[in-house]
Design a binder for this molecule. Structure first.
Ligand code: OOG
Ligand code: NI
Length: 471
């Protein structure tokens, strides 16, 4: 291979980060091994059906990473680096109000956009930026000190940024340069051995452990790297059987008989890692930090805006029921009941009600049995079996789960002054920050679904009219 295309660079980047993180956090390797076992057993049990939401080769290599940066300048730089790997910002997540602990960050996720690119390697990185000017978390004085500290540090070397730009411009790089890009990019996310300023770290930690993890050190690092499994309940049980303490429950939708939607995630608690600290007396001593953990995820169907509204209503109903009868049942038990009442039990029903995104495959035998008129609706094509819906997998994140993941690893609530008004952030503001349009995930899923409907219409020589499915 003399030239590496973006997807090849991306796959190799993910592989190297995985190797790096496995050396830094050995428990991650256990998680990856158990995930591989779970996936192999699931495939054996379910055959081809197991691959409905992604080929086994994709799922086996699939990871998401999480990183945390300090400023718009750093966000713009990382955007340039990820572009070299064919990863672009998708979605906006505001985690500042999503949990009761102080999590002063706003986030986006960098990922491939096209289904072909995702199929080749779906590596994505959940990227958070410290909301360093939010007065609910940081006093004026602290804001000033933070800005000074963040302005002075350099997370990404000039050479790395220039190589990344060159890879973006050429849609890839010749081997020798690719090698250098990959080295520098991987290195930029390794845990630094440089002593941490003890007093400064403590000052930030009093506000939020997340703020200290981001703004208390002069470099960045991977917070976690997450493999994907086809059966997260099985994974959870196997990890516990190995004596690894998991967080108390699986985040996101409950386990139930119907289709898996969106994203389910769980993690083991952050492990104590040795770090060196420079104390006010000038002496460097060893200490421990618990910030990095292991997470695992299972992905389900992407929901349409209507489906997502329904999902959000169901989640709110679960909250209400739990609040009305605290301790009577676990969140997961309550959610399962609410799901059974509220969510269609089959993929076909989700498709007919326009609640999830699909691509469509033509069934020739069904077509022979049902002669078509020149105009039809998607609903008619699905009901007659002519259009077979194939689920589109959810490629993004959930703010509440993300906040739950952050929170489950905080031992201290931190502080938040609710009397202050928070700084405004939204997807447009995030676009300005990263220097390129942050895409709305729904636009991407809709585009993929519509392209499939257009192909079907062309194959069938019919006009497909809008109905629930297509709206
Ligand atoms: C990111 C937490 C969010 C997910 O999978 O939802 C996340 C972080 O802890 O930095 O990774
Ligand atoms: Ni994560």
């Amino acid at each position: 291979m003399t030239f590496l295309e973006p997807w090849q660079l991306r796959a190799e980047f993910a592989r190297r980060l995985s190797e790096l993180y496995g050396n830094e956090v050995p428990a991650y390797n256990t998680l990856v091994d158990v995930s591989a076992d779970v996936n192999r057993d699931f495939l054996q049990k379910h055959g081809a059906d197991a691959e409905r939401l992604g080929s086994i080769s994709r799922v086996t290599a699939e990871r998401h990473g999480a990183i945390r940066l300090g400023s718009p300048r750093e966000m713009r730089q990382v955007t340039r680096i990820f572009a070299a790997f064919g990863m672009y910002p998708v979605g906006f997540y505001d985690l500042r109000d999503a949990s009761s602990s102080a999590v002063p960050v706003v986030s986006t996720a960098f990922r491939p956009l096209d289904s072909e690119e995702l199929a080749r390697n779906p590596f994505r990185v959940f990227t958070s930026m410290l909301a360093a000017q939010d007065p609910r978390f940081f006093t004026d004085e602290l804001q000033r000190r933070l800005a000074e500290f963040l302005d002075a540090r350099e997370l990404f070397r000039q050479q790395l940024l220039e190589l990344a730009d060159s890879a973006t411009a050429q849609a890839g790089l010749p081997t020798a340069e690719a090698e250098l890009l990959l080295d520098l990019a991987t290195q930029a996310f390794s845990l630094s051995t440089e002593p941490v300023d003890y007093e400064w770290y403590q000052t930030l930690e009093a506000v939020s452990a997340v703020a200290a993890d981001i703004g208390g050190v002069t470099s960045t690092h991977i917070n976690h790297l997450t493999p994907r499994v086809l059966d997260i309940d099985d994974l959870y049980q196997r990890m516990q059987a190995l004596g690894i303490e998991m967080i108390s429950e699986i985040q996101g939708p409950p386990a139930w008989e119907g289709p898996d939607v969106l994203l389910r995630q769980t993690s083991f608690r952050a492990l104590a890692e040795t770090r060196s600290f420079r104390h006010p007396d000038g002496i460097v001593r060893e200490g421990h930090l618990r910030v990095r953990f292991g997470e695992v995820e299972a992905r389900g169907l992407a929901l349409t805006p209507a489906g997502r509204d329904l999902y959000d209503r169901l989640v709110a109903e679960v909250d209400e029921l739990l609040a009305a009868a605290p301790g009577a049942a676990t969140r997961v038990e309550v959610a399962r009941e609410v799901w059974r009442r509220g969510l269609p039990a089959t993929e076909l029903e989700l498709a007919l009600q326009g609640l999830a995104f699909f691509t469509f495959q033509l069934d020739g035998a069904a077509l022979l049995a049902h002669p078509l008129t020149s105009t039809v609706t998607m609903g008619e094509l699905i009901e007659s079996g002519i259009a077979v819906p194939l689920p589109i997998v959810y490629e993004d994140f959930l703010p509440r789960s993300a906040a739950g993941i952050f929170q489950s690893n905080l031992t201290d609530q931190g502080t938040k002054d609710e009397a202050q008004t928070g700084t405004d952030f939204d997807i447009e503001r995030m676009s300005e920050i990263v220097g390129t349009t942050v895409l709305d995930p729904n636009t991407l899923y809709e585009r993929q679904q519509q392209a499939s409907i257009d192909r079907l219409a062309a194959e069938l020589h019919v006009v497909i009219h809008a109905d629930t499915v297509t709206r």
